[in-house]
Write a protein that binds this ligand. Sequence first.
Ligand code: AP5
Ligand code: MG
Length: 223
Amino acid sequence: MSQSGGQNLRLVLFGPPGAGKGTQAHLLRDKLNLAHISSGDLFRNNLNNKTPLGLKAAEYMNQGQLVPDEVTIDIVLDKVLSLNSAEGFILDGFPRNRNQAEVLEKALTQRSRNIDKVVHIDVSQEELVRRLGGRYICRDCQAPHNINAMDSTQKDPKCEQCGGELYQREDDRSEAVQRRIQVYNDETVPVLDFYRERDLLLDVSGLNTVVNVYQDVLSGLGI
Ligand code: AP5
Ligand code: MG
């Protein structure tokens, strides 16, 4: 590991749609003072600002398909490589295919950097579908919320982190969710072998409570 206490770590959070990558990334970011780089959040921020990149990405996202590498890789690598070597990061939702994993490894190696751990959060398909059906995210900070666990007496629930407006993602419609899970199984699961070969994988069950998953991640990282 790069440094005791977890600061400076370079992590990948890996797992199917709805596994809890965003939820855990927000907790780990705050605890370990890491930059949180989420490819999905970058696309949604661009879409909110109606940039050409956001509008292009949305064509794929709304169908539950991967955004092409020509669009995705540069925007994520720009963020990663803009950090100085002392800054750690959490990559959430990237890499999602073998080409992305290879390009990331090459770019980091050229700068004498590396990934410390790939945290693989696994959750059954049935539970993923259930979670995504109840997921609302913040329009401002993108923090995910489970609407079923929130105070049901509140008429218009707001983000628990920043007070922003909550909304349901377009790609959380059931047809898009099924497609996202299929794309994950077909295109993203093979990346696990890439990291297993490099002895970087940390497998964590995502079926526990948020706090228990968080504790399992920290103890798996030796923190
Ligand atoms: P992205 O935004 O990355 O979505 P995703 O990978 O499908 O994952 P989600 O954000 O849906 O789930 P999550 O794992 O973050 O779960 P969360 O914490 O929110 O990507 C969206 C799209 O962008 C892709 O489909 C693709 O089109 C494009 N894209 C992005 N990256 C790309 C790339 N690299 N290449 C190409 N295209 C790319 O939690 C879900 C719900 O469960 C929440 O309600 C939460 O409160 C709840 N929850 C979390 N943990 C628990 C728990 N332990 N117990 C109970 N409930 C829980
Ligand atoms: Mg997410």
